[in-house]
Design a protein around this ligand. Structure first.
Ligand SMILES: Cc1ncc(COP(=O)(O)O)c(C=O)c1O
Length: 390
């Protein structure tokens, strides 16, 4: 059989090597703590599960949903108003997604033709580059340098690149670098997009996971943002609903109309009980969001303080559910370090190279296990001697 060349992008590579090694270690009776994939393990609040299960018990709810219910549209509208002070027209300025991944991957098909240029952050969450690549677009990586606090330097994008670009993906708070962007960045972003006629896609999956009492907003609250782009949002991390696949795209009505048109040909909408769960999450008590945030913050503290104590110097992330850590000396390859860490300490992380060319030299550690597992990981890394170059 012969398969499409585009699938080579998802070739076997480091992830299957890691998965095989993990299996082998477990089969040999060794413990492995998996901090590689950003799968949240904090369950949804009871009122959300109740809404889902009650709706799932009704036989009428198994039809194709086709559209977002009015109830869901209003819930999203209210949430955006209450949380960010942003007004959304639910009919024309939003659509639900089967997880924000659905939108982030498919939107490229509505904007980019083969050979078009798309600007993506580097390092960046893989679908930012995979979506346009599947559409046949050419990628231009926008570095998120440490000396610039992980914020893209728009002024450094060459004029001819900006002129050619069809759309650009931006995301703060950010996975994997964890940076938060200042207001000035978003104002510059809108001006840049207007000047060059570039569509902006802002991924805001982590706006509710900002720590130490800080907060952040929405791209759409900046003047002119809706003229140039859309925001993606997700209930996966905020409400522990990753498996239910609930996301939204909101903002520019032409971009939303195109995405809705494509999606109406690909899927038939979000399962009605899942829409009910989303409504319960968005309109119900919000203390679950605060407790989820605190749980991630506590895990962060246990892990980062522990790693610093044993000699791995890492800064605490201000947001998200990830730690972005420079690999210890004498390592120079994030893949080699990741495999050694798994073999020697039983801790699985993601090599920075998986997030783009600038990710080399780093690993991403996901805060997806309980504090006890974080402590175990710190102890095991210490005992392995891997930080001492031993
Ligand atoms: C930055 C970012 N965007 C989007 C997603 C996908 O989220 P969803 O579950 O809504 O598809 C993730 C998941 O880890 C993510 O880290």
């Amino acid at each position: 059989m012969q398969f499409a060349k585009r699938m080579e992008r998802f070739g076997t590579g480091i992830f299957s090597v890691m998965a095989d090694l993990k299996k082998k270690e477990i089969a040999a009776g060794k413990k492995v703590v998996d901090l590689s994939v950003g799968t949240p393990n904090i369950p949804p609040a009871k009122h959300i599960i109740d809404a889902l299960t009650q709706s799932a018990a009704d036989p009428k709810n198994y039809i194709y949903a086709l559209n977002d219910t009015q109830e869901l549209q209003q819930a999203v509208q209210l949430w955006y108003r209450r949380r960010y002070g942003v007004e959304i027209d639910p009919e024309t300025e939003m659509t639900s997604l089967l997880g924000s991944q659905d939108g982030l991957s498919h939107i490229a098909l509505t904007v980019a033709d083969r050979g078009d240029l798309v600007l993506v952050p580097d390092p960046g969450y893989p679908i930012f580059a995979d979506g346009p690549a599947l559409a046949g677009a050419e990628l231009y990586y926008m570095p998120q340098k440490q000396e610039n606090d992980g914020i893209i330097d728009l002024a450094a994008i060459p004029e001819e690149v900006a002129r050619r670009a069809k759309f650009m993906v931006v995301s703060y708070p950010n996975n994997p670098v964890t940076s938060l962007a200042p207001d000035s960045f978003y104002r510059e972003l809108v001006a840049f997009a207007k000047k060059y006629g570039i569509i902006v896609l802002h991924d805001n999956a982590y706006s509710e996971l900002v720590f130490d009492g800080a907060t952040c907003g929405s791209f759409l609250q900046y003047e002119g943002a809706k003229d140039v782009g859309v925001e993606f949002n997700s209930l996966s991390k905020t409400y522990g609903l990753a498996g239910a696949r609930i996301g939204f795209a909101l903002g520019n009505r032409d971009v939303i109309a195109m995405l809705k048109s494509l999606k109406s040909n690909l899927d038939y909408g979000m399962f009605l009980p899942v829409q009910k769960a989303a409504v319960a999450a968005l309109t119900g008590p919000q203390d679950c969001v605060a407790s989820t945030r605190l749980a991630y913050q506590n895990r962060r503290d246990v892990l980062v303080e522990g790693l610093n104590r044993i000699g791995w110097k890492i800064e605490k992330p201000k947001a998200t559910m990830f730690v972005w850590a420079k690999i210890p000396e004498p390592y120079t390859s994030s893949e080699t370090f990741t495999l050694d860490l798994l073999k020697r300490a039983g801790v699985l992380v993601t090599p920075g190279s998986a997030f783009g060319p600038s990710g080399e030299g780093y690993v991403r550690i996901a805060l997806v296990q309980e504090e006890a597992e974080m402590l175990w990981s710190v102890k095991s890394i210490d005992e392995s001697g891997i930080l001492k170059g031993a």
